[in-house]
Design a protein around this ligand. Sequence first.
Ligand SMILES: Nc1nc2c(ncn2[C@@H]2O[C@H](COP(=O)(O)OP(=O)(O)OP(=O)(O)O)[C@@H](O)[C@H]2O)c(=O)[nH]1
Ligand SMILES: [Mg+2]
Length: 341
Amino acid sequence: MDSDLAAWARRTSEPGFALVGLGGAGSEAVEDLVGLGSPGVRTFAVNTDARHLLRIPVEERILLGERTLRGRGSGGNRSVVLDAAADGREEIVRRLSKFEIVFLLAGLGGGTGSALLPYLASELRKTDALPVPIAFLPFRIELETNSERRENVHAALEELESLGGLLLALSNEKLRRFEALPLHRVFAVRNAYVHALVQSLVDMIDHPSQLNVDLASLKGHLAGSGLSTLLFGEYHISDPERLVDQALTEGLLDFGLDRESSALVHLDGGSNLTLRTLDQVVRSMRRRLGEPRRFLLGTRMRSEPREVVRLTAVIGGLRAGSVQAAIGEAAGASPLVARSR
Ligand SMILES: Nc1nc2c(ncn2[C@@H]2O[C@H](COP(=O)(O)OP(=O)(O)OP(=O)(O)O)[C@@H](O)[C@H]2O)c(=O)[nH]1
Ligand SMILES: [Mg+2]
């Protein structure tokens, strides 16, 4: 028994989480996240474009379609990337499936990221790893002016939504509130938000706490919840209502809820986090989600007092098509939405 535990401890001293950039935009986002610090996370980039891949400072790089695409990218063609992914499937699944959670990041619209995000999420779902796809949706102007991009976004989102499980979709259109900033700064703001989301899920699983949420409880919760998303908020301990608001309405994610929602809510705070505050957060969250049938609460209280409380929530029961609808709303009368009805 002791030697089993020792073997387990050795195994768990290796990172349990992988952060994987797919295609150009996904890899650049991972580069930003690495810059913000990613302890306990192993970093990867996967691309069909060798030049781009070499530029990204990650621990492991995977070039797909070396023989067929010769390291020159896909030219926006999803199907050649899917062929290359099928060829490289065994190796890539072997390298990624040993992690507990695999965060997959891609900008949708091009060939590589739009093909690999649903493909790898679906392949990893067949293993013990929990894939968390994070999709960046292009600006409206790109969708309106390029039907190939639109098709790629549409196909990728449809596959991701029908897979169920976790899906984090962030449309660039939501970044318009930062439109006075240069574009790279705008992406940096978005990537900082993604970093916080990733870190909050990693912390929730990695640190045992009073009302503990472990990987098995997360997976169990997801299994019965259909399509789900991850929310994150942080606020001063004195205003629980505002904390819930931060998580539910001020994020950059796109989703719509069905009435049959479910929620896993985790609070991370200091020794001054009282039962009353917990109660207020739970009541507010339940009310605003329409009294979900399934609700799981987790907490982590540090030994010292803290002014700020962090809320991480996995919300299930997303409406099918709601992510597509969200970019449609952002893009006005987008042909993408007209097509998906
Ligand atoms: N470069 C960049 N593009 C972004 C970012 N966020 C979203 N995008 C969008 O990502 C989409 C996909 O572009 P790429 O990542 O270059 O495409 P790819 O996946 O490498 O696919 P191919 O190059 O066509 O094989 C574009 O429509 C951009 O709008 C970002 O942070 N950086
Ligand atoms: Mg590319």
